[in-house]
Each structure stands twice: as C-alpha cells, then as structure tokens.
Design a protein around this ligand. Sequence first.
Ligand code: UTP
Length: 478
Amino acid sequence: DTTAATHSLIEAFRTAGQGQVFAFFDQLDEVGREKLLAQAATIDLAEVNALVLEHVQGDAGHGLDVTSLEPAAYIAHPAQGGDVAKWDVAWVAGAKALRAGRVAAFTVAGGQGTRLGYAGPKGTYPVTPVTQKTLFQVFAEKLLRSGERFGVTIPWFILTSEINNDATIAAFEAADFFGLERDSVHFIVQGLVPAVDYEGKILLADKGTIAMTPDGHGGSLRALVRSGAVDVMQQLGIDIVSYFQVDNPVVQCIDPSFIGFHVLGQSELSSKMVPKAYALEKVGVFCQQDGRALVVEYSDLPEQLQEETTAEGGIRFNGGSVAIHIFDRAFIARAGGAGADSKLPFHRADKKIPFVDAAGQLVNPEQANGVKFEMFVFDALPLAENPVIIEAAREDDFSPVKNAEGLDSPQTCQEDQLRMFARWLNAAGEPIETDASRLPQVRFEISPRFAVDQADFVARWAALASKPAIEEGVVIGD
Ligand code: UTP
C-alpha cells in the first residue's frame, strides 16, 4: 500500500544518510509530497553514495598514469598530407552505407547551457547570420538535404533531459518539425543525478524539490539503452550512429567520408580530431595507452606534456577532441548496458548550487558549494574495439556556441559560418571579398537545405540556372 511504500522510501534515504531530503516533508501539501516522492524514487542511492565516497570523501584520483601516454594514431586529412585516394574510397563506402539506410543522426541536447545563459533549450537558440535559424532548424535542414542526397530518410535521435524535454518537443511542434517526417524524430530523455554538498548530502532546490542535474553527455549511452532507442535502431536497420552536440551548427552531421572510414575500419567508435590551435588550448586530447585509445582532459594532462614538441617542432599531443563521433549500434548497447565492465566513470564538477538550508532558507552561494556528477561520452573510447580517429579541418566542423560573449560565442560562430560560406563560393569559382581573417564583408547565408558541404555546394551551384548576386542579406537556396 502507498503509505508503506512511502515509509520504506523515506527509510531508505535515512539509512543511506540522506534523510535531510525529507526535512520539510511535513510542510508540503499532498501534491508537493507526491512530487518529492516521485523524484526521490528515481534516485539510485547506492550509485549516489558510491559517488560521494569516491569523489567527495575520497581523493577523486582517477589513477591515470600520464608517463605511459602517447599521442593517438589518426588518419591525416588530405589537406594535411593525407592520402587523397584513401579519402575517396572512404567517401564511396560512406555513401553506400547511407544509401542502404544504415545511418542515424544523434544529437545530445540534454545539457543546461548555463554558460550561454539562455532560458530555453539550447537547440532553440538562433544562430545563422541572416535568417537567425535555430540550432535545431540548422540540423533538421542538414538532415533533410543529406537524406535527399542519398535517397533515404535519416532518422534523428535527440537526447533531452527532464528539464528541457517538454520545451524541446514544443519547439519542434511549433515549427512543424522543420519539414522532417515526424516519426523520423525520436526524443530520448536522459537521467538526472542529485547534486550534493561537500559533506556528500543531497541538496534541496526548494523544500519539495531535490537539486538534480543531467548525468552528462556520457549518460546518452545508457539513455539510449534504457529508453529502448537502440532496439528501435535495430528494427530500423540502423547500425551507424552519427553523434554531435547541439551547440555546434557547422558540424557535418552526416559526413560520408567519416562514415566510410568507420565502416572500413570495422570500428565500434570513431572520432574526429582537429589539430590544437595552440599547445595549451583547453580541449581534450586523443591519446593512447596500453593499446587503447582515450581522450585525456586538458586539466589532467600536465602542462609539460601539453607543450611537448615533436622532432619537427610540432605539438606532440596535438589531437584535439571536438565531440564528433560515430558509434556502432551494438557498441552502444554494450557500453550503455548494465554489464559491470561497461560503465562509464562519473566525473566531479564543483558548482554554485542554490539550495535550501536546514532552516528552510534559500541560499544562493557566491562560491562553489557542492558537486555535480557527469559522465563524458569520450570515456567510451577505451571500451571500443578498432577505434578510428580521423583528422578534420576545424573550419569545416567545429565552431560551438558555448558562451554569451568572447570565445565560442554567437558572434564567433556566425563569423565562422560566414567564412565557411565564402570558402564554398570561392571553391565554386565565385570569389568574394573578405578581410584578412577571411571574413566576408557582406552578411549572407547558404541554406543547409541547398548544400551541406563544399562538394555538395560546388555541384549544386554549378547546376543553378540563375545565380543570385552575393550581397547583404542574400540567402542561397531557401
Ligand atoms: P557542455 O559540456 O558544453 O554543457 O555540453 P552544457 O550543459 O551544454 O553547457 P554549460 O556547461 O552548462 O554551459 C556539451 C554537449 O553535451 C550535451 C549538451 O547539450 C551539449 O550538446 N549534454 C551535456 C547533454 O546532452 N547532457 C548533459 O548532461 C550534459
């Protein structure tokens, strides 16, 4: 009966040393109590207490031996001395897999986007320079165009969290799914984990709400498994899952060459790397150790190693991780499954977490007062067989919107989009005027519905009977 269930749930929290979660239970009305109980029931107390033991009370050492780290091997980009013939073969293999309907797109959009400071789901943030299309619209149009190019409908899986799932779906509905077939879009809700204070006690956001945050982009793998999405993929004949982040509109969502290298390498998890912009750039670095590939966070890599140079004078640990991957579906089932050896580790992040204190007062801390736990998707890399890493050109794949201003902001991203459009036009034999940073002097746009990469653009532009003049405000292909 319900009272017995309630009682044993509260008792379980007390036994786990987390009884404070119910400190104000008696002050809540019926609805508030039900809500708190439902939230509490989703919490894996054993997991939380293990995390506290390891990361809050313990010394959070992750046991990474940096002395035996080496840079990971990768396939060089044609513009950087890579074998052009090999890239052509990969493109053909990727196109074949696409035409066979084996490929789905997967966007992780469950984050909170606190740095950008935008109220809605990040995917609803406007990013293109002229028409201000949102991130979701850009990806939707890229998938439509890629589908058209290869004669298929590309299913799209989108990771949300309980915090932004309803708003995300509402945005798709309001836009009539941006022209996509509704049933080709699958929303997956990721798990939440409670935030704790420095004593390891679960915090309350208000008297009837536990402070919980999404379990990181690494949580996407278990969310795909738990939600049944991997089974749906299997039923659809999908075994290649193209993974990208919601904040990066220039990404090639569907990159035939990347897919081809993944297929030809019989890889379980493939990754794109870009050369670091400078030695101490704050990006994870592709490494290898004991025959396994891994990404090491910049904060875990001693500066001396970050700055080490090769005999030729280049940066030795040069492989920057840009969160673009391809997963084998069966690998997702394994790495995101319940098997003991498949679990991704959690990482600790110290944050300012607003909370209700023992006296029932809401506190907005000025300094970090607690810990959030997150899994990182690249921690799946050492679990994968035959990992393939290919070199990408940063300007063709990576310009994220992370911050409201400065580095990786809406402004830098719009400028990078403009530079990309200018390069494509240039390649199509329509040079346009740019400044020294190769930024064009007019603001215009190439619709993702028209072309998704340079080769696509060059071919379609050549086929255009009447070509628009490139002037302020022009949109090609909408
Ligand atoms: P970030 O690490 O940049 O985090 O996420 P964020 O939540 O978007 O932004 P900040 O740090 O609060 O400013 C990188 C990508 O991973 C997704 C994000 O939506 C973004 O696409 N992500 C992150 C998830 O899907 N779930 C998470 O729990 C965390």
